[in-house]
Design a protein around this ligand. Structure first.
Ligand code: ACO
Length: 191
């Protein structure tokens, strides 16, 4: 995704981690002009993700990020667009208190890290960028995919999780979250 401003000026790292402060590194701190551009990028990404998932409204926007305790990992390609860079996609995660059912149907209260939104630009999908972003997040959060919960995963995302992390056997839930076999087992061991 290209923007009429310099992406490399906004985001110095290949993967930037954004939170409620909408600050990406030292450069944008105390710079309302840069933060406005960051907000534009997030809003645009949120809209594109909603469209790709056929949602009626975006679940990611700058104002939502400012009011929630979520983290957004943003991947750029710094070399393209004549050296101004382009945005490749994003992954949004956050902790949620959930009531889940284990294999035996017993209610378990948990607060796992959840994938809340995930999007790679249309023309760049299936090139390994999603995996790069997801793996970055796993390392940064020091978490395993099986210990996470997934909010309304799309068919493409389910295929992604099966291919890269062998997550295929989900445990039926009564809410929109998907957890996989091993979530309850490994959670106990991880605590
Ligand atoms: N059809 C089916 N599977 C797909 C597709 C597709 N069009 N695109 C990616 N995948 C899955 C497949 O398993 C694929 O492997 P394959 O090509 O061997 O079949 C694998 O992902 C490829 O891995 P990456 O290249 O690392 O993934 P990508 O960069 O495409 O990112 C993502 C995956 C984020 C799901 C991307 O396809 C996308 O943005 N899709 C549209 C938006 C979306 O559905 N987001 C998930 C929302 S649900 C949530 O966030 C909780």
């Amino acid at each position: 995704m290209e923007f009429p401003f310099d992406i490399n000026q906004l985001f110095s790292e290949r993967v930037s981690i954004l939170d409620h402060s909408l600050v990406a590194g030292r450069k944008s701190a105390g710079r309302p002009d840069l933060q406005a551009h960051i907000a534009t990028v997030i809003d645009e990404l949120g809209r594109a993700s909603a469209k790709a998932q056929q949602l009626t409204a975006p679940i990611t926007s700058a104002s939502k990020l400012q009011s929630q305790r979520h983290q957004l990992y943003l991947l750029k390609d710094g070399e393209s667009n004549g050296g101004r860079g382009m945005v490749v996609g994003f992954l949004k995660v956050g902790y949620k208190k959930l009531f889940l059912l284990d294999r035996q149907g017993v209610h378990i209260e948990a607060e796992p890290l959840c994938v809340l939104d995930f999007y790679i630009a249309e023309n760049l999908q299936r090139h390994g960028y999603g995996l790069e972003l997801f793996d970055f997040m796993l390392q940064h959060k020091n978490v395993e995919p099986v210990l996470m919960a997934y909010d309304r995963p799309s068919p493409k995302f389910l295929s992604f999780l099966a291919k890269h992390y062998c997550l295929t056997q989900s445990v039926p839930q009564v809410n929109n979250f998907v957890v996989f076999e091993g979530f309850f087992l490994n959670r106990a061991a991880a605590q």
